[in-house]
Design a protein around this ligand. Structure first.
Ligand code: HEM
Length: 379
């Protein structure tokens, strides 16, 4: 590991000398990349972490002395996900905001008690769209040279803030990319979050009823105002899941009543900080808990996927799978989105992507009866 980090740092230093303009780093040809791989190899890809051992997977103080909050410094990267931002600020993730998939999975299991399958599903999906398969590193925010040498374009390696991948329109506390920085917390939208909780949530909390209203409101607002709105697979799934997550994971596990107070919401979304004395969920949370809540939101305000052709002109996209078609969304990610960035990977790059695709499918199939698909063949 030490060897790899040293190698990465040396590589970055070498690149900084060889390619003074940042842009040109991303534009190396496939031949140059292959030469690079031949010379340096690719990073070792560890297997996904196992579930937390029985007896250590329960209620636990997670804002503890071993994980003190330290606000992100000027060189620390933060992005669109309030959970990962917070985990980085408490040291569950590297505080600079650049991490390997296995570190992210361990962090969300340890820090918030995501179930192992669910953690792997989120993480490998994001990594395949936003991470660097050569160095096995991903930024939880903007693109950074800290993730090392990029594979050839059209691979983006854009980090979680990369619009149009995992990050997308109609977020609850971030503006659509059309209007500005899609990754940064927006106070005006957070006031809308509070208003919705006050109006629809039990005792002014953000609960599943508030979530259903806010999710619909954010979609309707983008339909009316964002001429470039895209609301299709895979974004539809993350948008609906992320509306539900705070009612589960940001609620103190001792109470665990799916009612998020505004104070706790302020801590996670804005301050990127766990509330004082915060306990994680009392048991690992997998699809069996999340799926019915997502369906509840959808059934309250059903929608069909689509894109805007100009403001208030939402054109349905019947070729993209609907929210209810989980396996269709999995196939869309694997057969359309990922080959969009890696049209014909070869050699070690292909092996690395295939390995991550295998991990991704492992998580997908744990609680859903989907069939594995192979964008680059089976070998
Ligand atoms: C491996 C795990 C995770 C990854 C890779 C991930 C990634 C992301 C990304 C890329 C976004 C931006 C989507 C967008 O709004 O455009 C996001 C948003 C969000 N994430 Fe995560 N996330 C993870 C785990 C979690 C967990 C455990 C929670 C628990 C509460 C969470 C809560 C949220 C919420 C609430 C948003 C929406 C923010 C908003 O709409 O304002 N995420 N996440």
């Amino acid at each position: 590991m030490v060897k790899f980090v040293t190698f990465l740092l040396l590589t970055i230093v070498r690149l900084a000398v060889a390619f003074p303009a940042y842009d040109s780093i991303a534009g190396l040809s496939e031949r140059e990349i292959n030469k690079y791989i031949t010379r340096n190899g690719v990073a070792e890809i560890p297997n996904p972490p196992l579930p937390l051992p029985k007896g250590q997977d329960g209620l636990k103080l997670v804002n503890d002395p071993a994980h003190p909050f330290i606000a992100a410094g000027p060189n620390d990267i933060r992005g669109p996900c309030p959970a990962l931002n917070t985990l980085a600020s408490h040291g569950y993730l590297p505080r600079n905001g650049v991490a390997r998939p296995d570190q992210i999975i361990t962090a969300v299991m340890e820090g918030l008690n995501l179930g192992n399958d669910f953690a792997k599903f989120l993480c490998y999906q994001a990594f395949l769209m936003n991470g660097n398969p050569l160095t096995n590193l991903m930024s939880i925010g903007m693109k950074t040279p800290l993730t090392g040498q990029d594979p050839p374009k059209p691979a983006l390696v854009g980090g979680l803030s990369q619009h149009g991948t995992f990050e997308g329109d109609t977020s609850m506390t971030r503006v659509d990319a059309f209007f500005g920085d899609q990754a940064v917390f927006n106070e005006t939208l957070f006031q809308g979050f509070i208003d919705t909780a006050t109006k629809f949530g039990f005792n002014g909390t953000y609960d599943v009823n508030a979530a259903a209203e806010l999710r619909n409101q954010r979609l309707q607002n983008s339909i009316q105002t964002n001429p470039q709105l895209v609301f299709t697979s895979p974004r539809i799934l993350s948008a609906y899941s992320e509306a539900v997550f705070p009612t589960i994971f940001f609620v103190d596990g001792r109470l665990n009543n799916r009612q998020l107070t505004i104070d706790a919401a302020r801590h996670f979304f804005d301050l990127q900080m766990m509330p004082t004395g915060f306990f994680r969920q009392p048991a690992p949370v997998n699809f069996t808990i999340v799926d019915p809540l997502v369906s509840f939101l959808f059934n309250k305000h059903p929608f069909s996927p689509g894109v805007n052709h100009g403001k208030n002109n939402f054109v349905l996209q019947p070729q993209t799978p609907p929210l209810s078609d989980f396996c269709g969304i999995y196939e869309d990610i694997v057969l359309r989105v990922i080959p969009g960035q890696y049209p014909k990977p070869t050699g070690a790059l292909k092996d690395a992507i295939n390995k991550n695709l295998g991990f991704f499918f492992g998580a997908v199939s744990a609680e859903h009866n989907c069939t594995q698909v192979f964008p680059f063949g089976r070998d």
